[in-house]
Ligand binder design. Structure first.
Ligand code: NI
Length: 174
């Protein structure tokens, strides 16, 4: 296992659509364990493969420290196959957009189908934070970031703040 570099907003890889996985091999296993390790090291609760520069439809989520004892999962080729009409609005952040956070409206409950890293089919019906985290990570597989899911005005404000944060980081030599 090894830590991967997390790419941040501005890198074009985050804006591309990831490709379906068709071989469940050792390389995939390594990717998944590296993604978990990278996510834990960055103190995150979810990570999608494009965030480590790999354009494959793979994501990991672990919400156990958020009082969701069963919410640890790695999904390959996940799809939302049902979503509730009911939505809620909760703050979101992203390891690829450090320093920014905003409220995003999403369906409260979703059904997600995909595969585990061994290639076995998985179907999950989840609510609240678990549903939100999975939707956020699936968005990454389609090149969508949470800043795309706020109002245009909010988006402009977020991008302005992001520019400032990046300029400061550059000055500090990061
Ligand atoms: Ni994210």
């Amino acid at each position: 296992m090894s830590l991967r570099d997390i790419v941040i907003m501005g890198d074009p890889v985050l804006r591309q659509s990831a490709e379906e996985v068709d071989t469940f091999d050792e390389e995939l296993e390594t990717l998944v364990s590296d993604m978990f390790e990278t996510m834990y090291a960055a103190d995150g609760i979810g990570l999608a493969a494009p965030q480590v520069g790999i354009l494959r439809r793979v994501l990991v989520v672990d919400l156990r420290r958020e009082d969701e004892p069963d919410a640890r999962v790695a999904l390959v080729n996940p799809r939302v196959t049902w979503q509730s009409q009911e939505t809620d609005r909760q703050p979101e952040g992203c390891l690829s957009i450090p320093g920014l956070e905003d409220v995003v409206e999403r369906p409260v409950s979703v059904r997600i189908e995909g595969y585990d890293p061994e290639g076995l089919p998985v179907a999950l019906e989840v609510d609240d934070l678990y549903a939100r985290a999975l939707q956020h990570e699936i968005d990454h597989l389609d090149g969508i970031l949470f800043v795309d899911r706020v109002t245009p005005l909010k988006r402009r404000m977020l991008l302005k703040k992001w520019k400032k944060l990046r300029a400061e980081a550059e000055k500090a030599g990061k």
